[in-house]
Design a protein around this ligand. Structure first.
Ligand SMILES: CC(C)(COP(=O)(O)OP(=O)(O)OC[C@H]1O[C@@H](n2cnc3c(N)ncnc32)[C@H](O)[C@@H]1OP(=O)(O)O)[C@@H](O)C(=O)NCCC(=O)NCCS
Length: 249
């Protein structure tokens, strides 16, 4: 498969006495490409689901989500045939890898507009991803879901308002995905406490989940957040990865 329109980053995660790896894959492959290549990455069980999809938006999101998830999780499997990896949905619709030798590898998926993204990681080290297109028309809807404290944070971010709202939104969605509850839980629970800036990255802490933190960046018209354990430091150059995307879009 050609690698253009695919952006990958291996995250080296270091804790006091342990090291972990995670793998991020983003893509804006077109639906034409994704449908041409279906045989190369969709498992027969995914094919059945895919064929039943009707809405063009969902056809693209399912395909690009699975495509990114296969590329991300295959970092751990090194499988020649991505179609051997099945990513089914758990009871809360969370993505669940079915692959014989998967050794507790998990994947988190997100898609918005033309983009898909996935991050694979060990279940010993929970993580999640959320991607969202920055759409000024959605700003007031997002604002209505945020706390007074978060709206104050937004005012102080050196970002255009819709971008700042979307960034906070992705943080909360990414945190909710770590717990498989999505946004079925009252959103206030996932309140962002503080956002600091390092180079081109926004690093956040959460009021009720001190054990997690978020890393976010903007590229093109997109906001992206990943959540990870607070005491893990990213030793790979995540900022350079963000810069390369920012330079391209
Ligand atoms: C999870 C959720 C926050 C996703 O937000 P979104 O902005 O609409 O969509 P995103 O593109 O960012 O993410 C979608 C992906 O999240 C993953 N996902 C779905 N539910 C999830 C959950 N409970 N936990 C973690 N990940 C989940 C899926 O992989 C999905 O992609 P797929 O359907 O192509 O496999 C949202 O769907 C939600 O709140 N779901 C609540 C869970 C739910 O309603 N379950 C229904 C039955 S119990």
């Amino acid at each position: 498969m050609p690698s253009q329109k695919v952006y990958k980053h291996q995250l080296h995660l270091v804790r006091k006495d342990q090291k972990y790896q995670a793998f991020l894959c983003l893509s804006n492959q077109t639906i034409d490409f994704l449908t041409e290549q279906l045989n190369d990455y969709l498992h027969p069980k995914e094919w059945t689901i895919f064929q039943a999809l009707k809405a063009p938006k969902r056809i693209h999101s399912y395909a690009i989500g699975r495509y990114c998830a296969k590329l991300a999780s295959n970092f751990f499997f090194n499988e020649q045939n991505l179609a051997k990896i099945n990513i089914s949905s758990g009871v809360f619709e969370h993505p669940t890898i079915e692959y014989p030798w998967h050794e507790n590898i998990r994947v988190s998926i997100s898609h918005s507009d033309q983009w898909g993204g996935a991050i694979s990681f060990s279940e010993k080290h929970p993580m999640a991803i959320d991607l969202e297109v920055i759409n000024p028309d959605r700003k007031s809807t997002i604002a209505s879901q945020l706390t007074v404290h978060e709206l104050k944070i937004i005012q102080n971010l050196p970002l255009e308002s819709a971008a700042a709202h979307t960034l906070i939104w992705t943080l909360k969605e990414a945190l909710s995905k770590v717990f498989f509850c999505g946004l079925m839980t009252p959103l206030k629970v996932f309140e962002v406490e503080v956002v600091s800036i390092e180079n081109n990255l926004f690093i956040s802490k959460f009021k009720n989940f001190g054990q997690y933190k978020g890393y976010s960046f903007l590229f093109g018209s997109m906001a992206l957040s990943i959540t990870l354990p607070a005491r893990s430091s990213i030793q790979s150059d995540f900022s350079a990865f963000a810069s390369s995307l920012q330079a391209n879009f």
